[in-house]
Write a protein that binds this ligand. Structure first.
Ligand code: FAD
Length: 560
């Protein structure tokens, strides 16, 4: 039976998506949306760009207002209204009108929880000092902007190198602030593998960001003599003192589960609201969606938290479908995400190495560095594209890419391939849009598929940047097949140099018994070298991603 009254708690990504879908499915139902904040259905993903001035008007962030939702969808939207308790037996929710301070009960036949996730504020000494901000909603951005103006802020310290922290760093730089980032992990952007994140470290430093990796915050202190900080001095575990006129806490988010937990709904192992594939909670009349729920990772099958707008919107639609009699299933998330950082774009989809290792899933990796479009057409830029795939049948498990151009398009193709359960061999068959300004006759995705297929077929054995030293210690010969100019500009320690063009004529210089690890700039020419050497009786491994990946991965974290 279709419910006559749907109550939704949380009126942004998941909640608004559920409400409008519900109305499209049922004209008769009474649909009430309650939102604690002053705005409904606003673009929280746009907040950093509004603060930085790229989005000029706040109006652009407000996708809807209560009035427009009433007019277009006949929704009863109440902002500044907080749900404080759920009475499951009576099927009512206690609502507090934050403007008037009044409380009342609202009944429901079906209830959707879309309360999102709250920014973490761990009990670090001094964290509650003035001038420290989180970024979740429009009022947060107003407060940050007002603080910067009032205090003529020049130095920002961002605590945490996740995507919100990095977006804020870029936008603060745009406003002319000096920026320091303190990150407890040895890398920023944890969904990327370390050698991919290393590109971001280079980019941050190249743009003047004072990056402190592997150095979490120990405390926030008042400025000492001569330190001049309008907010705090951020003290890192190493003892480094970073004076800050404004501090951004980008320490991650935690699902808002208090309402659900207090109502006795099941909370899962990742501390998100537990839901089934129809987004229904442990109470048959209550659904939950978005950042507040834990869901299955589509690659590993494990429970996971995924604070991303796409899944929240999708889940809102699914919950509404199921409530109004259309069977609809959530198939888990692959975690596709993209970030712009100054001139670079970084994106990922599926599982990274750490996730696969935790799940006990075996995988191969591969790096290619193709150009984003035909090299003969002006403006071509190299991108670093990494695949993770199953060693047996080659099922694609994850992909990451970093570069100046064409990154988002490749990751979107690969996200689709993961969702479709495709193998790396299938990537070879993809027919992708090409004309010189946009791509190549062999698109980077095709090339990555070819390289991975070659590996699966035993045409080439690959090695990773992190295994080079071990292989050398085990007696392997490191062979650089690049040009003399490239060799002069930088090389791996202990390598010998024979350019690919001279390899056939200089084969006698290579010892017959010694294993060879060949490398070039990206892994392409050294693949040709390996094929040649293998056919001449040598054992040869190709360094995946070549000098580019090795240099970035080994230098990225240590540059001061
Ligand atoms: P939210 O959108 O957070 O909405 C939950 C709402 O519920 C909140 O407005 C809250 O006030 C309200 N609420 C909570 N409890 C109650 C209660 N008891 N009563 C009434 N109301 C309540 N994702 C991306 O995919 N790409 C991006 O580029 C991206 N950028 C982001 C940038 C920023 C600065 C932020 C903060 C997030 C970004 N995200 C991005 C994440 C994305 O916005 C979230 O994943 C998405 O909004 C989650 O939707 P949700 O509906 O679960 O929660």
């Amino acid at each position: 039976m279709k419910p006559t009254k749907l109550l939704i708690i949380g009126g942004v990504a998941g909640g608004a998506s559920a409400a409008t879908r519900a109305r499209r499915l049922c004209e008769e139902a009474e649909i009430v949306v309650v939102e604690r904040g002053p705005f409904v259905s606003f673009a929280n993903c746009g907040l950093p760009y509004y603060l930085g001035g790229e989005i000029a008007s706040e109006d652009a962030l407000r996708i809807h207002t209560p009035e427009s939702l009433r007019a277009s969808f006949n929704l009863d939207v109440r902002v500044r209204t907080e749900a404080t308790a759920i009475n499951r037996k009576a099927r009512t929710v206690t609502l507090r009108d934050l403007a008037r301070g009044r409380e009342g009960e609202e009944s429901y036949d079906a209830l959707i929880l879309a309360p999102g996730a709250a920014p973490l504020r761990p009990p670090i000494p001094g964290i509650e000092r003035e001038g420290h901000f989180v970024v979740r909603d429009i009022p947060d951005v107003h407060q940050i902007d007002a603080w910067i103006r009032t205090h003529d802020a020049r130095r920002a310290v961002i605590v945490g190198g996740g995507y919100i922290g990095l977006e804020m760093a870029e936008q603060f730089a745009r406003r002319g602030l000096e920026i320091a980032i303190g990150e407890m992990l040895p890398q920023v952007m944890a969904p990327l593998d370390p050698e991919m994140a290393a590109w971001l470290h280079q980019e941050l430093r190249a743009n003047g960001v004072d990056l402190h990796l592997g150095d979490g915050v120990a405390g926030f202190e008042p400025a000492g003599p001569g330190e001049g900080a309008a907010a705090s001095v951020v003290v890192l575990q190493s003892g480094a003192r970073l004076p800050a006129d404004v501090v951004i806490l980008g320490l991650g988010v935690r699902p808002e589960v208090a309402l659900a937990r207090d109502a006795g709904l099941e909370i899962g192992e990742r501390r998100g609201i537990r839901v089934d594939t129809g987004m229904r909670t442990s109470d048959a009349a209550i659904w939950a969606v978005g950042d507040a729920v834990e869901i299955r990772h589509a690659v590993t099958g494990e429970w996971t938290l995924m604070a991303l707008a796409g899944p929240a919107n999708h889940q809102g639609r699914i919950a509404a479908d199921n409530i109004f009699g259309r069977e609809s299933r959530y198939r888990g998330a692959v975690g596709t995400a993209v970030l712009r950082l100054f001139s670079l774009t970084a994106a990922c989809t599926g599982a990274n190495e750490a996730t696969l290792q935790r799940a006990g899933i075996e995988y191969h990796t591969l790096h290619v560095h193709p150009q984003d479009h035909a090299g003969y057409y002006p403006g071509a830029e190299r991108l670093d594209l990494k695949l993770l795939y199953a060693p047996d049948e080659g099922r694609l498990l994850g992909a990451q890419a970093v570069g100046k151009s064409g990154v988002d398009k490749r990751i979107d193709v690969l996200a689709t391939a993961i969702r479709a359960g495709m193998s790396v061999r299938d990537l070879v068959d993809l027919e992708l849009a090409y004309s010189p300004p946009y791509g190549a006759a062999k698109d980077p995705v095709n090339l990555a598929g070819m390289a991975a297929s070659n590996q699966l077929d035993g045409l080439v054995e690959k090695t990773r940047w992190s295994d080079v030293t071990r292989l050398q210690e085990q007696g392997a010969l490191l062979l650089d097949v690049r040009t003399a100019e490239e060799w002069e500009a930088g090389r791996l320690p202990g390598a010998v140099h024979i350019p690919l063009a001279e390899l056939r004529s200089r084969l006698a210089e290579l010892p017959a018994e010694q294993e060879i690890v060949a490398y070039c700039g990206s892994g392409h020419r050294s693949y040709n070298a390996c094929r040649l050497l293998e056919q001449r009786g040598h054992r040869c491994r190709n360094l995946s991603g070549g000098y580019r990946t090795w240099r970035t991965a080994t230098a990225g974290n240590s540059e001061g």
